[in-house]
Design a protein around this ligand. Structure first.
Ligand SMILES: NC(=O)c1ccc[n+]([C@@H]2O[C@H](COP(=O)([O-])OP(=O)(O)OC[C@H]3O[C@@H](n4cnc5c(N)ncnc54)[C@H](O)[C@@H]3O)[C@@H](O)[C@H]2O)c1
Length: 270
């Protein structure tokens, strides 16, 4: 996170506890969201993918005065059981969940989707990027005994064709549909489920996409605001959806991309 982080402090999340899944380093979208939630008084628990990441994530978690971190590999039921059991032991109930997890192999994230998508690559992308959201929503909702709010992270590649995004676009389309069905299933329990469609941002995940950096350049040059998507904007939208400000919003996909998604023909400088 840049040192020029300027998000408002306050008490919008005071008394609320939640789980953040998907911090890999200080550039992760999940970390930007966590930082903003913490500035608004939320108590946070974190999962991390494995030992290598623990070393990077622990100092971040400690920097905001949190201490609860458990490993969780979303492809491994035993690991998920253990993580949610630890969370239940610690707090009993939670108020929100941030799901900020996705994966597809490098071989899938280039060239032709038709040529490069293997059955195993497809299965893995859908398992980690879509099924995990369904699974986490079920597990988290069991702890949301007073209602709650769940968010997932998606991208425009779900709706439109983007170079190299390929099977991840297919997965994100599935994730957005899953968001709507989860919102239907959990709505009667007072649990709101929504997704944020962020513009391209410089994270580890973007680095895995062939030509990923050019997605950022195009996003900036074509966007209505003529600027990169800011972490502050994504984190602010997450705060809105996870706090009481977002009440009555369910099954929604909100674009936080400097207006890039509405452009048909770009207004380029002459
Ligand atoms: N960076 C972008 O341009 C962008 C834009 C829109 C949406 N998104 C989405 O935002 C989310 C977060 O990505 P990011 O850009 O912050 O990158 P990131 O690499 O920092 O985060 C991805 C996270 O997924 C986790 N993950 C992958 N496989 C896992 C597994 N098997 N078990 C548990 N965790 C696993 C990683 O550990 C990592 O923490 C993803 O859903 C991504 O698709 C990213």
């Amino acid at each position: 996170m840049a040192d020029d982080w300027q998000m408002p402090e306050g008490e919008l999340m005071k008394g609320k506890r939640g789980l953040v899944m998907g911090v890999a380093n200080d550039k992760s979208i999940a970390w930007g969201i966590a930082k903003q939630l913490s500035l608004q008084g939320a108590e946070l628990a974190f999962t991390y993918q494995g030992e290598t990441l623990e070393r990077r994530v622990r100092p971040l978690v400690e920097s905001i005065g949190a201490d609860f971190m458990v490993p969780a590999d979303v492809t491994d039921d035993a690991s998920m059981d253990a993580a949610f059991a630890a969370l239940k032991d610690k707090w009993g109930k939670i108020d929100f969940l941030v799901h900020s997890i996705a994966f597809a192999g490098k071989e899938e994230l280039q060239g032709s989707m038709v040529a490069n998508t293997s059955r195993e690559g497809f299965r893995r992308a859908m398992d980690i990027s879509v099924y995990s959201f369904i699974d986490c929503s079920r597990r988290a909702s069991e702890l949301m005994t007073d209602g709650g709010s769940i968010i997932a992270m998606t991208y425009l590649g779900a709706e439109r064709v983007v170079p190299s995004y390929n099977v991840m676009g297919v997965a994100k389309a599935g994730l957005e549909a899953a968001t709507r069905y989860a919102a239907r299933d959990l709505g009667p329990q007072g649990i709101r489920v929504n997704a944020i469609s962020a513009g391209a941002m410089r994270t580890l995940s973007l680095a895995g996409i062939r030509g990923g950096k050019s997605l950022m350049g195009t996003g900036r040059d074509w966007s209505l605001l003529k600027e990169d998507t800011k972490m502050e904007g994504v984190a602010g939208c997450a705060l809105y959806l996870l706090s009481p400000l977002g009440q009555s919003i369910a099954g929604e996909v909100i674009h936080v991309d400097a207006g890039f998604h509405v452009v048909g023909v770009p207004q380029l400088d002459e």
